[in-house]
Design a protein. Sequence first.
Length: 376
Amino acid sequence: MIDVIIVAGGKGRRFGAKKQWAPLKGKPVVAYSLETFDAHPLVNSILLGVPDEDIVLGKEALENYAPTKGRGVFVGGDERYETVKNGLSLVDADFVAIHDAVRPFVSASLLDRLFSALEGTHFWGVIPVVDINDTVKVVEQEVVRSTLDRSILKLVQTPQLFKTKKLKFAYESLEDFTGITDDSSVVERVGGEVVAVEGDLDNFKITRKEDLKRAAKMLYSFRVGFGYDIHRVGEGEVLYLGGVPIEAGFSLVGHSDADVLIHALVDAIVGALGEGDIGEWFPDNDERFKGASSVYFLSRVVERLRDLGYELLSADVTVVAQRPRLSPYKGRIRESLAAILSVSKERINVKAKTKEGLDAVGRGEAVEAYAVVMLG
């Protein structure tokens, strides 16, 4: 059986925050690997190494995402190898796997592959590796010094699996950990032999903000949302559509500026994200939004869209009004929406329709709008 040490002791200096706790589709990043190991039949127990100040967060993570095999949380060190060393003192299974908390997409099949390559062999450990597809240069002070043979170079991932006694011996024997960035390096320095197996391209490490967005895209894939809104015609001269003021001879009645087009678009976006509707985001009984520009509403949900790693691929909006004639304004509305959404106007389509005199909209008593969006 295998005991798993998940290393979650990082401070996230390059990321700007502790990556292991960063939200990813409603769960912290570390949750995904916890769930994978908790469900794996070869795993005996899971140990989570965290900074001292995050002990409570670590316990909550084990309770929520590794309820069956989560054995305990321990305090990590300032350096990665210190965290691993602390965790090894708690391991008693024949095999131990060391995994980075910020690799959320570790698969059960990868752990199977590692175990098959190590069990019954003379090797001390096994690591997953992937090919390097780009040319690799040695660069010093921005000057290219040489080109390396990429055919013999590999990128190394985790989990790394070891025979427990061998890894403990390696950590106890090594005195100088300078330049140590993974556990196989410790084994190599004391003369132990490590074998490599094929890794998984999806098993990447979240290091920068862009990596978190990539992870979110992998989880969410494409999303489609539909939105609708309607506002009564009221006294006034200016109608707002897509953030564009239009001299219409009337205004629309609403708690905010009653931009019916933006309201439908906001509804479509939050619908695609699975996060309620516009009324939940911007309640019409909240004084903060009284008379507010609907451009603010759209900007807020666009921020949320980006935080979740999405971008707007397309938006198709339709305004239904008996008056005024909207054809002359469609181009301006399209450009306004593209600017607010920070996308090219080619991703935005604006249509205008009438109701041929039918119902309240056809009688000029209201204006309605529909929106369909695709996120990816």
